[in-house]
Design a protein around this ligand. Structure first.
Ligand SMILES: [Zn+2]
Length: 177
């Protein structure tokens, strides 16, 4: 059962916010796939939603790619077996448990237990990375509000900028370690 006082990292609350995001972006993905764009450069491939945080961060499912927002690694687990601990890349956490941690901490695990190998220097998330993730979340939230196509395309450009910043930070940290 959901704790009524729980606040989602994005400002919504609990599993309803997660479900709302996933439903919205799944519909958007389908609509974008069959849209008749004036300019081929405007074609948007909307990624699949992360089963943990619900934002569209996965270009494919079940490939062991990790979500840039919550760091959940997609081993294919989803709603039907959310309470099970698969014991793979997400370690000791079930998907349900990690969803709760995302609401509390913004990541799939508590900060003192974060062990993502993407961060070999153990420095954790830098301020620039935190800022990029916050910006990505608010951009996805903005996409869900009524927008015309051009405005949404501009928002995807912001998402790309966030990824570029995250990649640059990862390289900087790898060079430094
Ligand atoms: Zn995620």
């Amino acid at each position: 059962m959901r704790n009524a006082g729980e606040v989602d990292a994005s400002g919504g609350s609990g599993d309803e916010a997660l479900h709302r995001r996933r439903t919205w972006f799944a519909k958007y993905r389908k609509a974008a796939a069959r849209a008749d764009y004036r300019d081929p450069e405007d074609v948007i491939e909307v990624p699949y939603t992360c089963p943990c945080c619900g934002y569209p961060t996965l270009a494919a499912r079940n490939r062991l790619w990790y979500c840039a927002i919550c760091w959940w690694e997609d081993d294919g687990q989803d709603d039907p077996r959310a309470d099970e601990v698969f014991g793979g890349p997400n370690g000791i956490y079930s998907l349900s448990q990690s969803r709760q941690y995302f609401r509390q901490y913004g990541k799939y695990s508590p900060p003192n237990e974060n062990a993502r190998l993407a961060y070999p220097d153990e420095e954790g998330e830098s301020e620039l990375e935190r800022e990029s993730v916050r910006r990505m979340i608010s951009t996805f939230e903005a996409m869900m509000t009524p927008q015309d196509d051009d405005a949404r395309i501009a928002l995807w450009e912001v998402v790309k900028e966030c990824y570029a910043t995250l990649d640059a930070e990862k390289r900087r940290k790898n060079d430094a370690s």
